[in-house]
Design a protein around this ligand. Structure first.
Ligand SMILES: *Cc1c(COP(=O)(O)O)cnc(C)c1O
Ligand code: SF4
Length: 334
């Protein structure tokens, strides 16, 4: 291969890993030596929101531990099927914030593009688990109406690629989109919100780095890790390559019951991230989406955790605790 070029005829290794991702609850339980009694509930909950997890992420889980913090994020549970008042299909008002097909424009100067509904992993707490991507996303007319919206609003400085996971796009499609964004003169920054460098570090390959090197826009990548055990050596290498390519790296996490609801876990997370070249950005209170109530940490408890965290870490390693409220002009600090 010529450096800086990518060969679109070959199936990259990350795409093979995507197709090999585990989607059968029985296989997951077997892989992790877990009690088969967990199976009926997992199958029932997976009907509403399917199981999906790359094998490399499963390899970071402890065997035989139903409470493993990585497993909890992806294993379908019976609790998801319980109706809990206050937990709805669209808790953050995204459907109302659609500015054009595939564009969410809620905040000044930045618009968010839903470029795909696909993710490498299905996170059980995800607020988009109920989101009607097929109707909302921009991909049906290769982004033309979304791009027209961005062109016509000269107050925009930043475009955020989101989804789903925007790095689910092939290098070729991503490149084509970035070429269009480059041509919009008022845009200065490209931000990508992706969990793939964490759950599928193979995604950070020469092809992706070449695509990111071509844009004139300043590049920010916001990854999503919730627990230090997610940051293994392969993830570290992927993140360092991105940092060396001049990409500013930030992390957003969600405060999750049974995963990272303690100051000591969050402190280790911040330190593991910084070792890999990533600064903590946001710690989100759970969006109250249907099926995720069992993950909720109350606001008072969250504030106590933050207080303890501030006492343990330098200020730059403390994420901002925020909540997203429909109709607000920014994320709301807690
Ligand atoms: C979270 C979000 C953003 C980004 O907000 P920042 O505070 O800049 O990180 C932008 N648009 C939408 C629709 C969002 O939900
Ligand atoms: S990767 Fe992000 S968008 Fe996809 S399911 Fe997980 S939290 Fe949701």
């Amino acid at each position: 291969m010529i450096p800086g070029k990518f060969d679109s005829r070959q199936t990259p290794c990350w795409q093979r890993e995507l197709t090999r991702a585990i989607s059968d609850p029985a296989e997951l339980l077997q892989e992790l030596d877990l009690d088969p009694a967990l199976l009926p509930a997992a199958q029932a909950a997976a009907v509403r929101f399917s199981l999906r997890v790359p094998r490399g992420f499963v390899a970071r889980m402890g065997k035989g531990d139903p409470n493993d913090p990585l497993l909890r994020q992806i294993l379908p549970l019976h609790a998801e099927l319980e109706e809990v008042p206050g937990f709805d299909a669209d808790p953050v008002g995204d459907w109302a914030a659609r500015a054009a097909p595939g564009v969410l424009h809620k905040y000044h100067g930045r618009a968010l593009l839903l470029v795909t509904g696909a993710c490498a992993v299905h996170c059980r707490y995800c607020f988009r688990r109920e989101f009607p991507y097929a109707e909302a996303r921009a991909s049906t007319d290769p982004w033309q109406s979304a791009l027209a919206y961005l062109r016509n609003d000269s107050s925009l400085r930043e475009v955020i690629l989101s989804g789903g996971d925007p790095l689910s796009l092939s290098d070729r499609r991503l490149d084509a989109l970035l070429v269009e964004l480059d041509r919009i003169p008022h845009l200065q920054r490209l931000r990508i919100h992706s969990r793939q460098p964490i759950v599928l570090p193979e995604r950070v390959n020469d092809g992706l780095l070449a695509v990111l090197a071509r844009t004139r826009l300043q590049r920010v990548l916001v990854v999503h890790a919730n627990h230090p055990q997610e940051i293994d050596q392969t993830v570290c290498v992927a993140l360092r390559r991105l940092a060396e390519a001049g990409v500013t790296l930030l992390n957003q996490a969600v405060l999750l019951r049974g995963v990272n609801d303690s100051a000591s876990v969050l402190a280790s997370l911040s330190e593991a991230l910084f070792t890999a070249g990533v600064l903590p950005y946001y710690l989100h209170l759970l969006d109250r989406v249907r099926g995720a109530a069992h993950f909720e940490v109350k606001e008072s408890e969250a504030s106590a955790i933050m207080k303890a965290l501030r006492q343990r870490l330098p200020g730059y390693l403390v994420p901002r605790l925020v909540r997203e409220l429909p109709g607000h002009l920014a994320k709301t600090p807690v």
